[in-house]
Design a protein around this ligand. Structure first.
Ligand SMILES: [Zn+2]
Length: 549
């Protein structure tokens, strides 16, 4: 595979959220039927008779306070402390994403668990028993109200046993570490979660970046190091929720987390999805910033490249300006592009790999990439991942049956945005798309055998040919849909209007086939459902589209 851009974060997130979202109390509430009510009534009587009312009481949400200690980050390790407050079960399961914990190939090793009871004054007391489980650890809480749980995360690349770049999102970097939230934060299983905070302990004042979410609050005691000094600094002065607002959702009073009064409480995720989606980088980082309209555009890296930071920043700015201009506004106040070295060296590796977290982008490229290669090849991954800030995040992608559109349109528009930004010539863009469509759609064994939407729904599959068919098929059907709508509705590039309409009327609900069809109808007056049935959700092959750029 020469190139890929997938959101590995999404895969883990989906798996993890899918499991955690099914908290028993919430599921029960949604699916109550008369027969169940009767059974519940009988059970209620029985437990009332037994004095066991608590059996049916909704457990109060657990509040989670994480502290990340960066003391050993330059040596590739983090120490995490989690204080859990609330209605603690007697056996508290703390988990990593399923299949991740204890996998020697993951490159992230969580170890040395400790658990202690915490009293009402925040003092740590006796130790609690901890046992290993498949996905994490089980703590015997012994009826205490608060538990302090500590563990260490060592980030060391596996000996390239598995040549999968997706294993390297969390990795040591120059002078520190890069970590994805879903790979370092243990979370309680099967319990509703209330308020979440994350603080950093940074005794050596390492430069820290949290490209997404823009959650870091400037600690008053630390003067900001201006970007012009060429160093990353802690804090964007923003947070999803003001830290003071925590009282509104907190259900139990919490003392200040003990042990590290010097830690600054800085993140305030809205929910577990935010926590999972966080990306944190610390170490010898350099950043450069500029503006596209009122959006801060930031380039960050931990190494020297064969091109200058200013050149890379300018490329990022041109792409961002074009995409912001296309949609009319930025999806977030800041877009960070983090450029890192791809250290996987095998013939079948991804040359360039991109992932997005929110509207920020992590791009891993060969350490010897030249300026020309950055423009010709890596730029499309930057443009693609950045485009997901609108299509994928602002217009949320959750339903796998819509991945054909989210990935197909994003891949196609990335090439068009690079052309509009003057990074690619129209001829180059046409050649790149043409080659990809011929090889991965027209000549793919799956053409006519499987529906594009079905293959795209499993885009994280390990079948490389299917993944290529998903992306190229997505482009083919999006371009063909655009031409078909132009013929029937009379508009020029109607899909542009559909995308802007979806963005401008967004309400946080995920994209669905119905919402796409409605948007198409509202913009063009055309009902595209039968066409989608045939070419996207059905197997009818399309001729290679011509109007690519
Ligand atoms: Zn994508």
């Amino acid at each position: 595979m020469s190139k890929a851009s997938q959101s590995a974060l999404q895969r883990y997130q989906a798996r993890r959220e899918g499991r955690l979202a099914a908290s028993p109390s919430r599921t029960r509430r949604r699916t109550v039927r008369p027969g169940v009510l009767l059974a519940v009534a009988i059970l209620l009587l029985a437990s009332a008779a037994a004095g066991g009312w608590y059996v049916l009481r909704e457990p109060a949400p657990l509040n989670l306070d994480y502290e990340i200690d960066l003391s050993d980050a330059p040596r590739g390790s983090l120490d995490l402390h989690l204080v859990l407050t609330g209605d603690l079960p007697r056996h508290l399961d703390l988990v990593f994403p399923p299949g991740f914990f204890g996998d020697p190939d993951s490159g992230v090793d969580a170890n040395t668990p400790t658990a202690q009871a915490v009293d009402g004054q925040g003092r740590r007391g006796r130790s609690l028993a901890v046992a290993r489980t498949d996905d994490g650890w089980r703590v015997s809480t012994d009826g205490v109200d608060q538990v302090a749980f500590g563990y260490r995360v060592d980030l060391s690349p596996p000996d390239h046993l598995e040549h999968d770049i997706r294993r390297f999102i969390s990795n040591p970097v120059n002078g520190g570490v890069r970590v994805a939230g879903f790979e370092i934060f243990l979370v309680p299983l099967g319990r509703p979660v209330g308020d979440i905070t994350v603080s950093l302990r940074n005794p050596d004042d390492l430069p820290v970046l949290t490209p997404w979410p823009p959650l870091v609050r400037e600690p008053a005691r630390t003067p900001a190091i201006p970007d012009s000094a060429g160093l990353a600094h802690l804090g964007d002065g923003r947070s999803y929720l003001p830290v003071e607002a925590r009282g509104r959702r907190a259900t139990a009073p919490r003392p200040t987390p003990p042990e590290s009064p010097e830690a600054s409480r800085v993140f305030h995720p809205r929910d577990l999805a935010d926590l999972n989606n966080a990306l944190l980088v610390c170490g010898n980082l350099r950043t450069a910033s500029t503006k596209a309209r009122d959006c801060d555009i930031r380039f960050a890296t931990d190494r020297r490249w064969l091109f200058a930071d200013d050149e890379a920043l300018d490329l990022v700015r041109r792409v961002a300006r074009t995409e912001v201009g296309f949609f009319g506004s930025a999806p977030s106040p800041r877009i960070t592009v983090l450029l890192a070295a791809n250290e996987v060296s095998t013939p079948e590796r991804f040359d360039t790999y991109g992932a997005h977290t929110g509207s920020s982008v992590l791009v891993m490229i060969d350490a010897r990439t030249t300026w020309g290669e950055l423009e010709d090849q890596a730029a499309s991954v930057i443009a693609h991942e950045m485009f997901h800030g609108w299509l994928g995040e602002a217009i949320p992608q959750e339903d796998p049956a819509m991945l054909w559109f989210t990935e197909g349109a994003t891949t196609w528009y990335a090439a068009r945005m690079l052309t509009a930004a003057g990074v690619w010539s129209p001829d180059h863009a046409r050649r790149v798309l043409q080659r990809r469509l011929e090889r991965d759609y027209e000549q793919n064994r799956l053409l006519g055998e499987r529906a594009v939407a079905d293959v795209a729904a499993d885009v994280m599959s390990d079948d490389a040919e299917a993944v290529r068919f998903a992306y190229a098929g997505g482009v083919a059907v999006c371009v063909a849909l655009d031409s078909w709508l132009a013929r029937h509705g009379g508009l020029e590039r109607p899909l542009d209007g559909v995308l802007r309409h979806l963005y401008n009327t967004r309400d946080g609900r995920p994209l669905t086939r119905a919402s796409l069809e409605t948007a198409v109808y509202e913009v063009t007056g055309v009902d595209c459902a039968p066409w989608l049935d045939s070419h996207v959700y059905g197997k009818t092959a399309l001729p290679l589209p011509e109007d690519l750029i």
